[in-house]
Design a protein around this ligand. Structure first.
Ligand code: CDP
Ligand code: MG
Length: 726
């Protein structure tokens, strides 16, 4: 992506040192490891690696043709593991020796915090143990939440396989816009957001005997809200068991929040991981990431860079030809289709090597066996929220030290490993935060506030938050919901608000869909909503066919803005009979389109419930743009010198270079989202007329604010401008 300029971790040059990642501090685990005679000694010595030395190091590794040194040989290779029966594999997991103790502890305590290294078997085993122990008698369900869709899907698939059942029968998963469960489902993996929505239909979660809040350390917004709700229902549902599972992070805090619930620690197996830092800042980390090793490797990059990174790697391999051992390059990220995901778990053929290119999904959510090397550029993409202006943006930032340590921990699960940090030791110590700030403190709360209001929780200031959101953020969420018409002036849910809460999308999108009823364009708006939700992965732009791809993209441009372009793409795809070939010829990602279709079907299915008739505007795009305005009037920007300014807060923003309106620069725009890379970019913009703002949000905009600023200086033009505005 052109806007991705690598950020610098920089800072003063640090001294070079190689550190051993501290082995798990669990007393029992550490003791056991000592008994097993594993390398425990902390060695400290100086090591200097210049940028090119790092590359040299790696080139040496490449020419090793994949031969493994003794040290690099995994204790148990993935292939060997596969040879054993699934049951044997289950018995080999670190959690297995603690099965009985764990079940006894769960029996004894209503709420239990479970701590264990990534890969110890928490997610896949605990629900099975509970099932074997009778917790699903009478059709009661065991629910296990995951912060990420991919994790929910892949873990459910794995467990179904271990239990030799068909996915969707006894074991299923539920993620937004995709429900793979049935009447028979008793082990249900789901995203934390989905469990939150279940409160709407079943406020006491009566059909569940156990709720596992997994990956609790991730502290996603939804997980944090679940903490409060579940703690509350556990008080009057004494039969409900609550398990809070987490990697080895923060468990004391969970225990403290849940009234000093006991912590059950699963000792991990962990081999030492040598940590290397670079001497200088690394500017072009994409290149650095392409380091290759004689063994399996996991590289953490940003989601939008994954494909490019894989392509580059493959290109390098082709160039090296038979000089190197076969290298499997496998991406893993949130929207990757499940058949592709499954590949990372397949055993590596003998003599070959595997490079997994991952987003931070592989930090703790997914365990990939056999990883010996980790390359960590030290970045993540984080939501950040300005509670004063209400602007939310995705920012590429240095990850936290806790994240970096989790990443390093991906090596060393099966043998001693190495982690290459593409930043200085100084940066690690001084420029990275200790832990990641919980999402609740850096995101827009509109969605959850609407949901909590629908659950009848009116006093949000006193909600039992583990870490409360900033006061201004809560107030702003209430204000925005009021402006959207979801709350009345007393802060109570309106009928519109209740209907908005029925849709599993953000309030603005929800409002846009509901407004399409009034403007008689729900057919088109549903499509736009679905296309927006597949998130910028519609157009395919392979490096070797950039010109063709850009031309193909230009062919879809219609006047009015990106929303209408997306609508046009979808409409043409429908006309092609949902053709794969058509996608291929037009440089459109078929998978994204298929997903958009799923999302659209789901949303259309919900239209009945919120009583919106699905009708078309018959080619008139004004109603469509008005419906978008009705939902997103907060996101209005006006053309000003050198860029755009948001209307309410006078923030400078720019049209994204990929936008169909990049050159045109109309006077008034509404953006779907802001992305901060080199600048604050508006992604997916649509042209509007300022007069519409008064029509859709008269209580929010005053006509004075919408006067053209240039017209103030040139009063003679004012009349004309007003005419233009209607
Ligand atoms: O939750 P936790 O990190 O403690 O471990 P887990 O996800 O239950 O994984 C336990 C084992 O199952 C690991 O050795 C994984 O490699 C394996 N697994 C797998 O092979 N395929 C999956 N889709 C998920 C887990
Ligand atoms: Mg897990």
């Amino acid at each position: 992506e052109l806007e991705e300029t690598p950020m610098e971790l920089g800072g003063e040059q640090g001294r070079w040192e190689e550190e051993r990642l501290k082995t798990a501090s669990l007393s029992f685990g550490a003791k056991k490891e000592r008994e097993q005679g594993m390398r425990q000694e902390q060695e400290k010595y100086q090591l200097i690696l210049e940028e090119d030395e790092m590359i040299d190091f790696v080139s040496t590794a490449i020419t090793m043709k994949g031969t493994r040194t003794e040290k690099d040989t995994p204790a148990l290779s993935q292939a060997e593991l596969k040879k054993q029966s699934m049951q044997e594999v289950r018995r080999s997991l670190p959690i297995f020796p603690y099965r009985e103790d764990l079940l006894a502890a769960i029996h004894e305590h209503q709420i239990l915090v479970i701590e264990g290294e990534t890969g110890s078997g928490k997610t896949t085993q605990i629900p099975q143990y509970l099932l074997e122990d009778g917790y699903t008698k009478g059709g009661m369900k065991i629910g296990c939440t995951q912060p990420r869709r991919v994790a929910a899907m892949s873990v459910a698939a794995r467990v179904a396989e271990e239990m030799s059942v068909k996915l969707g029968n006894e074991v299923g998963y539920s993620i937004r816009f995709e429900d793979c469960t049935s009447e028979r489902t008793v082990l249900k993996y789901m995203t934390d957001g989905m469990l939150l929505r279940e409160f709407l239909t079943e406020p006491d979660l009566a059909s569940y005997s156990v709720i596992i809040i997994d990956e609790a350390h991730e502290r996603t917004l939804h997980t944090d809200i679940l903490f409060g709700l579940i703690k509350d229902i556990a008080r009057f549902r004494s039969d409900l068991k609550v398990l809070v599972a987490s990697a080895t992070l923060d468990t004391e805090r969970f225990s403290c929040f849940f009234d000093d619930a006991p912590v059950f620690r699963i000792p991990g197996r962990r081999f030492p991981v040598d940590i290397y830092y670079t001497k200088n800042k690394i500017y072009c980390y994409k290149e650095q990431v392409l380091i290759m090793h004689p063994s399996s490797c996991c590289t953490f990059v940003l989601q939008e860079e994954i494909e490019a990174c894989c392509e580059l790697l493959q290109e390098r391999c082709r160039r090296l030809g038979s000089k190197i051992a076969e290298l499997l390059v496998l991406p893993i990220y949130a929207n990757l289709p499940s058949d592709m995901q499954a590949k990372i778990f397949n055993p590596t053929p003998p003599g070959a090597r595997k490079v997994v290119v991952a987003t931070n999904i592989a930090e703790t959510s997914l365990t990939i066996d056999g990883i010996i090397y980790v390359i960590d550029p030290g970045f993540c993409k984080q939501k950040s929220y300005n509670a004063r202006t209400g602007m939310e943006s995705l920012i590429v930032t240095p990850c936290s030290r806790a994240s970096a340590n989790q990443r390093a921990g991906r090596a060393g699960r099966v043998a001693a490993g190495k982690c290459f940090r593409l930043y200085t030791a100084w940066a690690f110590k001084h420029e990275m935060e200790e832990t990641t700030v919980p999402e609740i403190q850096r995101t827009n709360l509109g969605n959850v506030v609407l949901l909590l209001k629908s659950l009848g929780i009116n006093d949000l200031i006193h909600f039992d938050f583990m870490d409360p959101p900033p006061h201004e953020t809560l107030v702003l969420a209430l204000e925005q919901l009021y402006a959207l018409g979801a709350l009345n002036h007393l802060g109570e849910l309106t009928k519109l608000g209740r209907r908005m809460a029925e849709l599993p999308v953000d309030p603005m999108l929800s409002k846009m869909i509901l407004a399409s009823e009034q403007y008689k364009c729900s057919e088109e708006v549903l499509t736009i909503a679905a296309m927006l939700s597949v998130n910028n992965s519609i157009f395919y732009r392979p490096k070797d066919k950039v010109v063709h791809a850009d031309n193909a993209r230009m062919n879809f441009v219609v006047p009015g803005g990106d929303h209408l372009v997306l609508l046009n793409v979808y409409t043409q795809w429908v006309e092609s009979g949902y053709s794969t070939q058509w996608c291929y010829e037009n440089f459109i990602q078929f998978r994204s389109m298929r997903r958009a279709r799923d999302v659209r079907d789901q949303l259309e299915g919900l239209m009945d419930r919120i009583e919106v008739e699905v009708v078309s505007s018959q080619g008139d795009n004004i109603p469509i743009r008005k419906a978008v305005t009705a939902g997103y009037f907060y996101h209005t920007a006006r053309l000003s010198k050198g860029g755009y300014k948001t209307v309410k807060h006078q923030q400078t923003v720019y049209v994204h270079p990929n936008s169909s309106l990049f050159e045109e620069q109309p006077r008034w725009l509404i953006y779907h989202e802001l992305v901060f890379t080199t600048k604050e970019f508006m992604r997916q913009v649509i042209e509007i007329e300022s007069g519409w703002l008064l029509e859709v949000a008269p209580h929010y905009y005053k006509s004075k604010e919408l006067e053209d600023s240039s017209s103030k200086k040139m009063p003679r033009k004012q009349g004309k401008t007003k005419e233009e505005l209607g």
